[in-house]
Design a protein around this ligand. Structure first.
Ligand SMILES: [Zn+2]
Length: 130
């Protein structure tokens, strides 16, 4: 058993491993697709699920760690862009506004009226109406 473990450690040395947000999402997506595929008769879902699993396995054994980290960073920024409007919609205590100078999203306390806000990223002032 120890010999197998040593071989496995030597085999995985220098490989990405795939313990990041993109890999976890791909794996969860695969399981969800499996369940939906079992409940419906959409055969094309099996191919989509297989692609997600194949991409995940490729990422696990890849030696190009920089490229895999870049993929994960792109995924995280996309996820943030998609999730922010939903988060802003559900958050009743804060208002979300975009800085006109640097385009950063600024979270403000939801106090009615006109305010002057200092952007925490670029330190420029701008006026907002809440
Ligand atoms: Zn700014």
């Amino acid at each position: 058993m120890k010999k197998f473990k040593d071989k496995l450690i030597r085999f995985m040395y220098g490989r990405y491993g795939g313990n990041d947000a993109l890999s976890k999402t791909l794996l969860w997506g695969y399981f969800i697709i499996l369940i939906v595929g079992a409940l419906t008769d959409w055969d094309w879902l099996w191919y989509v699920g297989f692609l997600a699993l194949a991409w995940n396995i490729f990422r696990m054994f890849s030696r190009n760690i920089a490229a895999r980290q870049k993929e994960n960073a792109v995924f995280l920024s996309l996820r943030r862009k998609i999730a922010l409007p939903f988060k802003a919609m559900l958050d009743r205590k804060h208002a979300y506004r975009t800085c006109p100078h640097c385009k950063a999203t600024v979270r403000l306390p939801r106090k009615k009226g006109r305010h002057t806000v200092c952007c925490p990223k670029c330190r420029e002032d701008f006026k907002v109406k809440i």
